[in-house]
Design a protein around this ligand. Sequence first.
Ligand SMILES: CCCCC/C=C\C/C=C\C/C=C\C/C=C\CCCC(=O)SCCNC(=O)CCNC(=O)[C@H](O)C(C)(C)COP(=O)(O)OP(=O)(O)OC[C@H]1O[C@@H](n2cnc3c(N)ncnc32)[C@H](O)[C@@H]1OP(=O)(O)O
Length: 160
Amino acid sequence: MPIPEEARHLPASMDDAMQSPEAAKRGTNCFGCGPTNPQGLHLKFVIDAADLTATAPVNLTRLHEGPPGYIHGGIIATLLDEAMSKLNRPLEVLAVTRNMQVDYLRPSPLNQPLTLIGRHLRREGRKLYHQAELTTAEGTILAQATGLFLVVDPAVLKRL
Ligand SMILES: CCCCC/C=C\C/C=C\C/C=C\C/C=C\CCCC(=O)SCCNC(=O)CCNC(=O)[C@H](O)C(C)(C)COP(=O)(O)OP(=O)(O)OC[C@H]1O[C@@H](n2cnc3c(N)ncnc32)[C@H](O)[C@@H]1OP(=O)(O)O
């Protein structure tokens, strides 16, 4: 399966490196957004390259339950991390999470349409500062995170 646009973490300049069948197989297996990962969250992001945001609808079931009726906190952190990581492509960088801080403001319900959004705040050299939120359909913020992502040399891909 070719890697769909919403499942890409790499800058467009690296698309050629992801053409081989093996790279495409690995590139569709991300736990957050990979369409072929049977255990994955299958998030589908829309990227706004002008605003530098990545937005995805979320509606999880008991498979990801923590407190009864609510999303597990570790899964919430995953959602927020994933939303921030999606900013690689509009920023034209390869970057990975170095540090993130999560604030769980309210319990995040299962079986309800929620919105996940990642936003780029600023860049200082190879340090990218991002922010992400999980909100209700009405816009109430349930959880938020700030993240430090570090730009890495695209040559690391060859070593993996
Ligand atoms: C992890 C694999 C790496 C290879 C990636 C290749 C392909 C990846 C493909 C797609 C990539 C994108 C995402 C796909 C997957 C999932 C999506 C979700 C995102 C993730 O799930 S992604 C996985 C989790 N992620 C990691 O697995 C990172 C493990 N990690 C490392 O691989 C190293 O850590 C690295 C290379 C990042 C940096 O290593 P390094 O040696 O180059 O950098 P160093 O340590 O020198 O720090 C540099 C400057 O950051 C400052 N600094 C550090 N910590 C700070 C803090 N807390 N607050 C403020 N500043 C801080 C220092 O103070 C220094 O600052 P200064 O330069 O000013 O002195």
